[in-house]
Ligand binder design. Sequence first.
Ligand code: HSE
Length: 294
Amino acid sequence: MIKVTVPATSANLSVGFDCIGLAVDMQSKFTFEHNSNADLTISGCPSEFQNEDNLVYQGFKAVCNAIDQPVPKLSIQIHTNVPVSRGLGSSAACIVGGLVGANQWFDLPLNDQELLEIATKMEGHPDNVAPAIFGGLCMAFVDSNQQVQVVKYPVNKALQFVAIIPNFKISTAAARSVLPSQMSYPDVTHQVSHSLLMTHAVETGNLSQLKEAMNDRMHEPYRAKLIHHFDQIKAICNQFNSVLYISGSGSTMMAVTDQPTIKAQLVAQIKAAFPEWQVVPIMVDNHGAKSEVL
Ligand code: HSE
């Protein structure tokens, strides 16, 4: 049996729209076994996803196709706490889980960069799949040769993250449909400078710089309106001098502080205000996807 573990991912980090993502220690686990009864059995997900369109299976198949191997009869088990359509990279985790599972199945014919190329084609953008594969904070984009460039940035250990996960979904398609189609030169300059400052502040752990840097003009002003109570969450974060960004396309928001005591206070206050939501202290996952043969 093959077991694969893939971290959830939080894309954009405010000013890194579609090119920056962070792996966090909320894991999805997938097992792959030979199936003697049927071509495909999938368990651990809603029945509507227990078929050949399942992204884990699609990922597995993509590696088989890339290395010219027939797709084996498979039994796939999925165990995940990553909520769907909440901006925590649930689809990227499934794609990467399938890719890494198949790669292990065939004794690792592809390297991580090759897996990233396939994953990016499947997902459409690399900002979740890159950290899901490599771990940590990754900047990634498709270059002029249609290759995925990826750079991993250090994350200062002083930074403390809290995932604030509402009890409602926002589809990525809906969250992209509210974005304007153009930006002005001043706004682009603002965005480039602030995303450079953001990666620097994440590396040094300088929270006041991070607060200045996470001032997005590309997507957050439009998407915040889709997240009920965003302003209330922002006010709580301001009260505790912590920084807030929308994780991926939402609905999850990520609070960042540099004080463990503030982290605990943030969790308590937001849980009290929104008892139906999940408020989860979360660590950075620096390893990315892992596979083992059991
Ligand atoms: N970068 C993407 C977006 C993440 O913000 O739309 C969602 O998968």
